[in-house]
Write a protein that binds this ligand. Structure first.
Ligand code: PHE
Length: 417
């Protein structure tokens, strides 16, 4: 093997059998769409930040601090271990994350920064940035998207300001010696270390605060519901869904932060809530943007619609014009070492994106087939090509399609049918 290092963002890293980051993915690292003035993601970011600034003030100053420029290159400790994500949890899989090597990856969620910021002494903060996940390809998925995460921590004196006799912790929990207590989450309503009154008070504040946020974004009359959820780093946990265009749409995950995380990071005598939301989904719904790739557009026909606008203006995106799409199928026989169930589709999707770039609108599995006699396994994918800003010619598409076919043969040892 000749390649033993990998360059990411001007730095050299040791490569190993976890390395699966691609040059294409690396190229998104400094785009910072969430900070570009006229990008729709940036408009939603500003509205959320404004809501937080206005909701909590102390002596006229905002209580929340905002971190929107943290490097997306994090350790597995930050992304997983600090957040109590078990060693064998599926979210750690190579097929789901972009690893630089076995201990460094592109963050898969903004929660990766929660512990380090708590450790630095912060108690109310927002973490905003780009996150990276390997996934399928369609109009709502892109391997890079943007999240807003938040933490609000309160000390006992603050939470129970009018009830000094109430406590955050159960009597058998010793806040000066947190690691002698085995915290359990088997009770659906609270962590075993917390009192029910502290949990319920935080739950009420968290939910009110988040409902206020979706009302600011979508209007007073937005229909919503809470759904019980599970995250390794919060308990209890919920998802908030809003009723949008005849469907329930999940907008965020949240919960009461697991006390082990606080105990490891420093703060004592405190309880915290946390949430995380995706900016793309909100921006697509708010501005009626039909395809997630448009967020990456540098075309004036797109960006000018969001330029120099009041962040609270209601904007409805008007397609510049609809360019036709073009669908080509790719069928191949798998080598004897692979089956239709073990073929790593996310590896294939990355390859398609690496070669096709942003003209790939969607990749759909069209057919799986096992030959009755030879028992050979075959897959057929439909690749939908569409340029966002002009019409593609069939010849252009055929060229890209042939390149994808050739690269697929090379990467997976398949035989094109
Ligand atoms: N990190 C979670 C996600 O990406 C969201 C979340 C953040 C949930 C904080 C709870 C608390 O889905």
């Amino acid at each position: 093997k000749s390649v033993t290092t990998v360059q990411v963002n001007g730095k050299e890293y040791r490569a190993d059998d976890y390395t699966n980051i691609t040059p294409k993915i690396t190229s998104y690292i400094n785009r910072n769409l969430h900070l570009k003035k006229d990008n729709p993601l940036s408009l939603v970011r500003q509205r959320i930040v404004n809501y937080f600034y206005a909701s909590f003030t102390h002596g006229g100053n905002p209580v929340f601090s905002v971190y929107d420029n943290l490097s997306p290159i994090v350790s597995t400790r930050q992304n997983f271990d600090d957040l109590l994500i078990p060693e064998d949890h599926p979210s750690r899989a190579k097929s789901d994350c972009y690893y630089i090597n076995a201990s460094v990856l592109l963050r898969a969620h903004m929660t990766a920064h929660q512990s380090e910021l708590l450790r630095s002494g912060l108690d109310n903060f927002l973490m905003i940035g780009d996150v990276y996940r390997r996934d399928e390809i369609d109009s709502t998925h892109f391997p890079v998207f943007h999240q807003v995460d938040a933490v609000r921590l309160q000390r006992k004196e603050h939470l129970f300001v009018n009830h000094p006799d109430l406590n955050i912790f159960e009597p058998n929990y010793d806040p000066t010696n947190p690691h002698t207590f085995t915290n359990s989450i088997s009770d659906p309503s609270k962590q075993s270390c917390h009192t029910l009154e502290a949990t319920k008070l935080m739950e009420g504040q968290l939910k009110n605060h988040l409902i206020g946020m979706v009302k600011v974004l979508f209007g007073e009359n937005i229909k919503y519901r809470w759904v019980d959820a599970y995250f390794p780093f919060t308990h209890p946990s919920w998802e908030l869904e809003i009723y949008y265009e005849n469907n329930w749409m999940e907008v965020l995950g949240c919960g009461i932060m697991r006390n082990e995380i606080l105990a490891n990071a420093g703060p004592t005598n405190s309880i915290a809530y946390a949430f995380g939301l995706g900016l793309e989904r909100l921006a697509m719904a708010l501005y009626k943007i039909p395809d997630i790739r448009l967020m990456w557009s540098t075309d004036d026909g797109f960006l000018s619609q969001f330029q120099d606008r009041d962040v609270n203006a209601s904007i409805e995106y008007k397609p510049v014009s609809i360019y036709p799409h073009c669908t080509n199928d790719l069928s191949f026989w798998l080598p004897p070492t692979l089956t239709i169930d073990t073929f790593m589709s996310n590896d294939f999707y990355d390859l398609v994106r690496d070669i096709g770039g942003d003209v790939i609108e969607q990749v759909k599995l069209k057919d799986k087939f096992i030959h009755p006699k030879s028992k050979k396994h075959s897959l057929c994918y439909s690749i939908v090509y569409r340029h966002l800003e002009r019409t593609l010619t069939q010849a252009e598409v055929n060229k890209v399609h042939e390149d994808i076919a050739a690269a697929t043969v090379k990467a997976f040892n398949v035989a094109i049918r």
